[in-house]
Structures are given as structure tokens and as C-alpha cells.
Ligand binder design. Structure first.
Ligand SMILES: [Fe+2]
Ligand SMILES: [Fe+2]
Length: 224
């Protein structure tokens, strides 16, 4: 619930960066739609919390983090970097994670809700590659931007790995209730993350001559 709510603020900020980058109205409209999807998702998740006996009230601070400005980058590259980070990397992982969770969960209500969220997340994951398609000619003429995005990806891959591959629950800690809710244990979360990056995201980015394979191999949390 909280994560979906925070995603709303990520996509609404991203929409502003697309305007700065002079992206098409269509592209900006999709990003705003995604912001609204996430708001709806947080509402749906709130209903699940209530169905499970919770109060769907914030129990921790919802921190709004400003999305990266990438100092020194052009507006166009800044938007491309953040689209790649939020959709090609993060949302693509969400899609794979949701699919895995859906396979594990047995509770019919949670299955129904997860399916409806998954449909949107698939669109979110695909958006980044559609955006790259729209910028393919622009990128093709600018090898220095492709190389710069590749350097950024070393850091970006490490950040998403820290966020998604860690997982939240150890296998041994999972009980029958967790299983019926499809909670994904640590090891499986790490595996689904790696498979998604190597099987879908890296080749998807390489298609635009962005050196993603090299960046994946050299991923590091150290900048500069
Ligand atoms: Fe969502
Ligand atoms: Fe999403």
C-alpha cells in the first residue's frame, strides 16, 4: 500500500521531466496515467489490508523522495535515465515478482486483486522500451549519450539489486498464512530479479545499442 502510494509521486515527478525533455504528449500522458494507476493500486491494497483486519492507515512515514536530476545531463538524457530506472528496471522486476507471487498464492481474493494490479504493471514495464523506441533515432545519432547511459546503468543495476534482490522474508520464517498470500522468500526474490535483468532487461536495452550487458557485469554502488 505504502509502496504503491509512493510510486504515484515518482511518476508524477517523471511526467515533469518528460515535459522538460520535450517528449511527445502521448508519452507524458502515459506517465501521468501510471501515476494515477499507482494511486488506485494503493487504494486497492488498502482494501486488502482492511480485509485482513488492518486499519489501512499509515503505520510508517510515507517519505516523498525527489527523483534524480542527474547534474550535467541534458534534459533528454535525464528523462531517458529515469524512464529506464523506473520502468525498464523497477517495473519489469515488479512484473516478474508479481507473476511469481501469483503462482504461489492460494487465497482467491488476493489472487483476484494481484491479477488486476499485474495487468497495469505489465503496461508500466513495457512503457520504458516503447519510450526508447520513440527516441531510437535520437539515440542512434548520439553514441556519447548511449555510453553515458551505460555508465549510469552500472550504478542503477546495483541500486535495484539492493532494493529487490534482498527480499523481505526468509524461507524458514514463512507460515501457512504467508504461503496462502504468496509471500516470496529471499532466495526466490533474488533469483527472479537476476533472471528478469539478464533474460529481459539487458537484451531489451542492448537492442538500442545501450551497453547494458557490460554495465550489468560492472554494477557497483560506488559512483564516479
Ligand atoms: Fe503499482
Ligand atoms: Fe507500477
Amino acid at each position: 500500500m505504502v509502496n504503491e502510494y509512493t510510486s504515484t509521486t515518482v511518476f508524477s515527478q517523471l511526467a515533469a521531466q518528460l515535459v522538460e525533455a520535450n517528449a511527445t504528449l502521448d508519452a507524458t500522458a502515459v506517465v501521468l496515467r501510471m501515476a494515477q494507476d499507482e494511486l488506485r493500486h494503493s487504494e486497492i491494497c488498502g482494501r486488502v489490508v482492511r480485509a485482513m483486519g488492518g486499519s489501512s492507515q499509515r503505520t510508517r512515514d510515507t517519505r516523498v523522495v525527489a527523483i534524480a536530476r542527474h547534474p550535467g545531463c541534458s534534459e533528454e538524457e535525464r528523462a531517458l535515465r529515469n524512464v529506464i530506472f523506473t520502468t525498464c528496471l523497477s517495473e519489469m522486476n515488479s512484473v516478474a515478482y508479481f507473476v511469481m507471487a501469483l503462482e504461489r498464492m492460494t487465497d482467491p481474493y488476493v489472487r483476484h486483486v494481484t491479477r488486476s494490479l499485474l495487468a497495469d504493471e505489465v503496461l508500466h514495464g513495457r512503457f520504458g522500451f516503447t519510450y526508447l523506441e520513440a527516441w531510437a533515432d535520437w539515440l542512434e545519432e548520439r553514441p556519447e549519450v548511449r555510453a553515458s547511459i551505460g555508465r549510469y546503468l552500472r550504478f542503477a543495476f546495483a541500486v535495484v539489486e539492493r532494493e529487490f534482490a534482498a527480499g523481505e522474508h526468509r524461507d524458514a520464517e514463512l507460515g501457512r498464512d504467508d504461503e496462502s498470500l504468496g509471500v516470496v522468500p529471499v532466495g526466490a526474490a533474488a533469483e527472479v530479479f537476476r533472471e528478469t535483468m539478464l533474460g529481459a532487461v539487458v537484451p531489451g536495452l542492448e537492442r538500442f545499442d545501450i551497453p547494458a550487458e557490460d554495465a550489468w557485469r560492472r554494477r557497483t554502488l560506488q559512483t564516479g
